[in-house]
Structure formats: C-alpha cells, structure tokens
Design a protein around this ligand. Structure first.
Ligand code: FES
Length: 149
C-alpha cells in the first residue's frame, strides 16, 4: 500500500512537472514574438561614407533622384546646366523627406511648404538650418556621393 502511494505520488509529480514545463514552453512561444516586436533589435548603423547614387546617363537635366545614404534618404539633383548636387533629403525642421521641384528649380518640403535653394540653404519656411550637402563625383559609369570631409 505504501509502495503504491509512492508510485502514484511520483506519477503525479511527473505529470505536474510535465504540464508545468509544457505551459512555460507554450507561454514562451507566445511571448517571444511579442517581445521581439516591442523591442526590435538595434540595426547596425551603416557607416558608409560613399554610395553609388545613380548611373551617369540616368538623370536628365533638371531632375532628381532620391536614394538611401546611411539608412536615411538623400537626394541627387542634376541641375539644368548638367551639374550634379547632392544633399540629405531629411528636412531640418521636422525630418520630412524633401523633394526636387522641377518647376521651381528648388528643393521643397511638402510638410510645411519650405523651400531650399540649390545650395541647400533655406529660402523660405520654418527649417532652422540648411540641408546637409554631400560631395558628388563620377567613377566610370557611376555617380558616387560621399560625406564632405
Ligand atoms: S518638416 Fe520640412 S518644413 Fe517642416
């Protein structure tokens, strides 16, 4: 009788331990994706100083292209005279993405109707400072943009 009680107690303990372990595993399976969503892993900050922005024949005069530069948008502009300029496309006011307006021949931020000239300086609107300017140079068929040194 005593031996049977010990055996039942052992089985109960084993079943209880199995259920507890299964429950913990199940909750972990449910909570892990939620926690990964709430706390996403930090992205490694890209520290590229030079990126390929376009091909030489890609932009016609008086046009522009937005491209990623260190995980942020940048803008490459081909002026009406064929010269290239590049800037950060992040507005210095509230970080909206700026765009080139062919009709104004200016850089424009749609968020608060700000305008920047083709040197990146503020012409009108609330931005407190100019756009960050980048160097532009060609290498073979590629147009490269790099941070100013
Ligand atoms: S965010 Fe560009 S003007 Fe306000």
């Amino acid at each position: 009788m005593v031996k049977e009680k010990t055996s039942k107690s052992g089985r109960r303990h084993f079943i209880g331990w199995s259920l507890f372990t299964g429950l913990v595993a199940f909750l972990g399976m449910l909570l892990y994706p939620v926690l990964r969503f709430i706390m996403p892993p930090k992205l490694a900050e890209s520290s590229q100083n030079t990126v390929k922005a376009a091909k030489v024949d890609e932009l016609s005069p008086n046009s522009a292209k937005t491209f990623p530069f260190n995980n942020k948008p940048a803008i490459l502009i081909r002026l009406p005279n064929g010269e290239y300029r590049a800037f950060s496309a992040v507005c210095t006011h509230l970080q909206c993405t700026v765009q080139y307006r062919e009709d104004f021949k200016m850089i424009w931020c749609a968020c608060h109707n700000a305008k920047f000239d083709l040197n990146g300086n503020v012409s009108s609107g609330p931005p407190p400072s100019p756009l960050e300017a980048f160097d532009v140079f060609t290498s073979g068929e590629d147009i490269l943009v790099s941070k100013k040194v």
